[in-house]
Design a protein around this ligand. Structure first.
Ligand code: DGY
Length: 324
């Protein structure tokens, strides 16, 4: 039997590709922009494996177009781009890249929180616009972080890592979560209802996965509960927040500011109303983007792919029930 055939939807670090090439025949998508859905469908027709990114929609129809498909390895911890139920029905294991990006993403969530609270991007724009003429007692005053209340929604690995950072800033930490409730007190945080988190927090940071339940979980009613001095941080998935409601809340001053690593849609169009606001910092989905972490993510995705092609359980599988 010849080598298994695999489609890799973007160029990964050379070392990872070399390792993969020892196990399978690779077709690599070399463009900076992702292949579109029709192209992936066409490419994987006769293939055994797919190494996808979060920009690639992998649904039932696409799986049906590839009768030999034995493994899908997603280079991300999130996998809302993949119809996992459809993969499970077809007994295709789906891999992802948890853990390695936890601390890097938590660092970034905290960086975003601090940048928005202390108005760092605005301060740079102020200088570039030639406005720094003297030291002034009120100009560019922001919000204190030390001693403030941080609300964390979702307490998976990244939510917990953000909480650990917050303890160093002597923050009161309120957590609303369906999972890992036993970890809350361990970290020195307090469990709270969603309403309490929204009402009492100076900062609200989102750490839930995107599901049918969490889609638009922060919408008009939730934003209305927040303090007018509160700051919303989203490093999870864009559509957890209703963007139109967020725009209104920021524009009217119902909440003070927001820091968004993720948007809906992605990329956010240049003419999007959120980009016109001084009090909204938007960055292009880079929370896990450290050189070391992205390299490890690529390696983990390769490990999952190789395992799937070799018929052994994926080291990080989101649907292990395919093995029972
Ligand atoms: C993920 O892995 O799901 C992040 O959003 C990108 O690193």
């Amino acid at each position: 039997m010849g080598k298994a055939k695999v489609f890799v939807t973007r160029r990964l670090p050379e070392a990872t590709l070399n390792r993969l090439a020892a196990h399978c025949e690779l077709e690599i998508w070399d463009d900076f922009m992702p292949p579109d859905y029709a192209t992936i469908t066409e490419k994987i027709r006769d293939l055994d494996g797919l190494l996808s990114l979060l920009t690639d929609r992998v649904d039932a129809e696409l799986m049906d177009a590839a009768p030999n498909l034995r493994v899908i390895s997603n280079l991300a911890v999130g996998y809302d781009n993949i119809d996992v139920d459809a993969a499970t029905e077809r007994r295709i294991p789906v891999g992802h890249t948890p853990d390695v990006l936890t601390e890097t993403t938590a660092d970034f969530a905290f960086a975003l929180l601090m940048a928005v609270a202390r108005r760092i991007p605005e301060a740079e724009r102020y200088i570039l616009a030639g406005k720094w003429r003297t030291w002034h007692p009120t100009v560019l005053s922001g919000q204190d972080i030390f001693g403030a209340t941080l609300g964390i929604i979702g307490f998976g690995r990244i939510g917990q890592a953000v909480a650990r950072r917050a303890t160093g800033f002597n923050m009161t930490i309120l957590v609303n979560t369906e999972e890992n409730r036993d970890k809350i007190a361990e970290i020195g945080a307090v469990e709270a209802s969603l309403e309490q988190v929204l009402r009492e927090s100076d900062f609200v940071s989102l750490h839930v996965p995107l599901t049918e339940v969490t889609q638009h979980m922060i919408s008009e009613a939730e934003l209305a509960l927040m303090k007018s001095t509160a700051i919303l941080i989203n490093t999870a998935r864009g559509s957890i927040v209703d963007g139109a409601a967020l725009y209104k809340a920021l524009d009217r001053g119902d909440i003070l500011a927001a820091g968004l690593d993720v948007t809906d849609p992605e990329p956010i169009p240049r003419e999007h109303p959120l980009l016109t606001l001084e009090n909204c910092l938007v960055v292009p989905h880079i929370a896990s983007a450290s050189v070391a972490t992205r390299t490890k993510m690529a390696d983990m995705a390769a490990d999952n792919l190789i395992a799937g092609l070799s018929g052994v359980p994926l080291p990080n599988c989101v649907n292990p029930e395919v093995y029972t």
